[in-house]
Design a protein around this ligand. Sequence first.
Ligand code: ADP
Length: 451
Amino acid sequence: METVLIANRGEIALRIIRACRRLGLRAVCAFSEDDRGAGYLDLADEAVCVGPAAATKSYLNIPALLSAARATGASLVHPGYGFLSENADFAQAVSDAGLTLIGPSAAIMRKMGDKVEAKRAMIAAGVPCVPGPDSVLPDDPDALATLAAEIGYPVILKAAGGGGGRGMRVVQGESDLAQAFMITRQEARRFFGNADIYMEKYLQAPRHVEIQVIADSHGHALWLGDRDCSMQRRHQKLIEEAPAPGIDRALIADIGERCAASCREISYVGAGTFEFLYENGELYFIEVNTRIQVEHPVTEMVTGLDIVALQIEVARGASLPLTQAEVRTFGHAIECRINAEDPHSFTPSPGHISRMHVPGGPGIRVDTHVATGAEIPASYDSMIGKVIAHGADRNEALARAATALAELRVDGVACNAALHGALLGDPDFRRGGVSIHHLEQWLARREGADA
Ligand code: ADP
C-alpha cells in the first residue's frame, strides 16, 4: 500500500486524510509540538512530529519533512495549501529525494510563481490579462512615466515574485509614481528576494472570479467551473461561492477552455486555480495558484467530484477519469470560513474549545479538524473550519448556509459565525455580484453604526 506524507495541518490535513482513505492509501500526518495530541491526527494511520511550534522549524522545515517521509515509508507528499505548497525548492527537494509531490513540478511552480512569466504564458494561450506590459519595469523614471501614461492612471505596481496580498501599490498619478516604485521595489527585495516589479491598470471595483483546473500527465486538462471569492477583508477571502452569480456562462466556458488549453500547453500536472478580476463584463487574468485552495469544496459540491482524490491520482500517473463533456454542475454552493477570532477587531482568539456543535442536514458539509475539547494554538492561522452549503439554486444555498451557521456553536474561543450570519442577510450580497471592496465597506458601515 502506498503512503502519503501530509506536510500540513488542520482542516486541510484532515481533508487529505479522507481522500487517502477513499483511495486506499496510507496517510501519515506531520505535526508540530503545538499540534501534538490534536484529535484529527488520530484519524491518520500515523502521525509524526516534525519540529517545534514555529512553522519555520516544522511545517516549513524541508529536511525534517523529508526525513519524516523516509522514516514512514512515504512515496508521495501532499503539501496542502499555504506553508510549502507553492515552494518550488520544496518541490525540487521532494523530487530529488525520489518522492512524488502531489502538485506540479518545481519548474512549473517557478514559472507560475513569477507573475510576469505567468502573464506571458497566459497571453500566449489567449487568456485575457489586466492591461499592462508583460515585462518587468525598467529603472528609468521617464520610461516608467511613459508606460503608466499609456496604461492610464490609476495603475498598480506589483512584485513579480509577490503573494499573500503584499508587495502591491496603487498609484493615482504621475507625482506619486517614482516614490511608489522605490518602496515597492524595496518590499519586493525584502519579502520575496526578487526585485522585479511590473505594472497593470488598477481596476476600480472588480469582482474576484477564479477557474478550477485539473490536469494529468497524459496531456488531458479539464476546467471544473468557476468560483466567486469577492467577499474579502485585506485580500483574505471570507465567503466563496460556485458558480459566480450573474456572469455570462458562455464567457466562463470560453475562458475555462483557454485555462485548460494553457495547462496542456505548459504540461501542467495537478490541480490549479486561475484567478481573474471581473469588471464591465470582462475577465482579466491576475495569477495562477499551483495548489489546492481553501475554497475547493464549493466546486466539489456543484460538480460532485473529489478534487483532492483526483489530485492524488494524477500525481500517481493516472489518467483523468472523465472528459470535459462529463463535467457537469448542479445548483449552487457557498462556503463560509469559520475563524477563531474576534468578530469586531479580527484579533485571533486561540485557546480551548469548551464545547462545539457542528451543523448538518440536507446540503450541508462542514470541513473542520476541531471539536469539543480541542486546543487552538496561537502559532498558526485562525481558521478552524468551513461551513459549506449546497442548494438547487443560490437562494436555497444561502438559506441552508444561514440555518447551518445559526446551528454552529463554538464555546471557549471567539468565532465569526454570527458575522457570517449577518453577511448572508446583507441585501447587496444576496443580490449577488458585489465587488472585492464590498466586505470592507460593509464592515466600515457597521463600525459607523456601532459608534
Ligand atoms: P497575491 O498573490 O498577493 O494574492 P494577486 O495578484 O492575486 O496577489 O492580487 C491580490 C488582490 O489584489 C486581488 O484579489 C485584488 O483584490 C487586488 N488586485 C490585484 N491586481 C489588481 C488590479 N490590477 N486592479 C485592481 N485590484 C487588483
